[in-house]
Design a protein around this ligand. Structure first.
Ligand code: HEC
Length: 251
């Protein structure tokens, strides 16, 4: 019994010492913040611990300032849910452009035939594939050609909900300027087969293939992708004190 007592009082003592020094350290940290180092942009992040928040909470105008590139979760425990995600935290907390201004930026980012990763899903299992998408600026829809019978076409037949992303910017391998841009699209997709009167019209209008119509009829189906929501991400917007994520929605 006795040795156990000695042992436990010794460990209690060391626990108290630990708590005390830990407490002193924590108090100092609370005053000066804890520098957790630089990120991709090389700017140091200094953490000041805030209270737990939910992901739909918005900072007051008097919220302390913090260095560029930090996110709420570095200082707050944030309870996220699928409605209010980390991206929405940006769009709620930092200034948004108007829907039309965001659209202008999306158009500028997607001037021609642009390569995207398109994700379709069937029975809850997603598949991403690369496609070229051409934007119709007036209708705000994209056109894609797909070889008949590909997985994405079969998926879309069962489930028209798709998501697509195009991204550009700095990578470790390629270097360049440390800025990033992307468009992340949520959309519904419609398959247009070669017996649809719109097939030839769209193929010619958008110059979708580099072969004659006859051969195109044998090979392809068209997909018309109609976005309901697009997140436009652009790190240069942060310099203008805008949210780096801008959310466009179809009216
Ligand atoms: C550098 C650390 C840090 C970051 C990053 C940070 N906060 Fe805070 N926040 C704090 C601290 C610390 C407090 C408590 C008040 C104080 O000591 O300034 C606080 C307070 C708050 C409050 C209550 C008071 C107020 O000013 O509104 C809200 C809400 C809040 N934060 C939301 C956010 C959100 C949302 C984000 C991200 C967009 C964010 N915070 C990013 C440290 C941070």
């Amino acid at each position: 019994m006795k040795p156990t007592l000695i042992c436990s009082s010794a460990s209690a003592l060391s626990l108290i010492t630990m708590l005390l020094s830990g407490g002193a350290f924590a108090a100092e940290e609370a005053e000066q913040g804890q520098n957790v180092g630089g990120g991709e942009m090389g700017i140091d992040a200094v953490v000041f611990e805030g209270q737990p928040i939910t992901s739909d909470q918005v900072m007051s105008d008097s919220h302390r300032s913090y260095s560029r590139g930090m996110i709420c979760a570095e200082c707050h425990h944030v309870s996220f849910d699928l409605v209010t995600t980390s991206t929405k935290q940006f769009t709620k907390n930092f200034p948004q452009l108007s829907n039309d201004e965001i659209w202008e930026k999306i158009e500028a980012f997607l001037p021609g035939r642009e390569r995207f990763a398109l994700t379709t899903s069937y029975q809850g299992i997603p598949t991403a594939s690369t496609v070229d998408m051409v934007l119709d600026k007036a209708q705000k829809v994209f056109f894609v050609v797909a070889e008949k019978g590909t997985e994405k076409l079969l998926h879309i037949q069962q489930n028209p909900n798709v998501s697509a992303v195009r991204f550009k910017g700095w990578t470790v391998a390629d270097g360049g300027k440390k800025e990033w841009r992307s468009t992340q699209i949520k959309a519904t997709a419609e398959i247009i087969k070669n017996d649809d009167p719109r097939f030839d019209e769209f193929l010619t209008t958008y110059n979708l293939v580099r072969m004659g119509l006859k051969r195109a009829h044998l090979r392809f189906d068209l997909i018309r992708v109609k976005p309901t929501e697009i997140y436009y991400f652009d790190t240069t917007l942060g310099g203008d004190k805008l949210s780096v994520y801008q959310r466009w929605q179809r009216d």
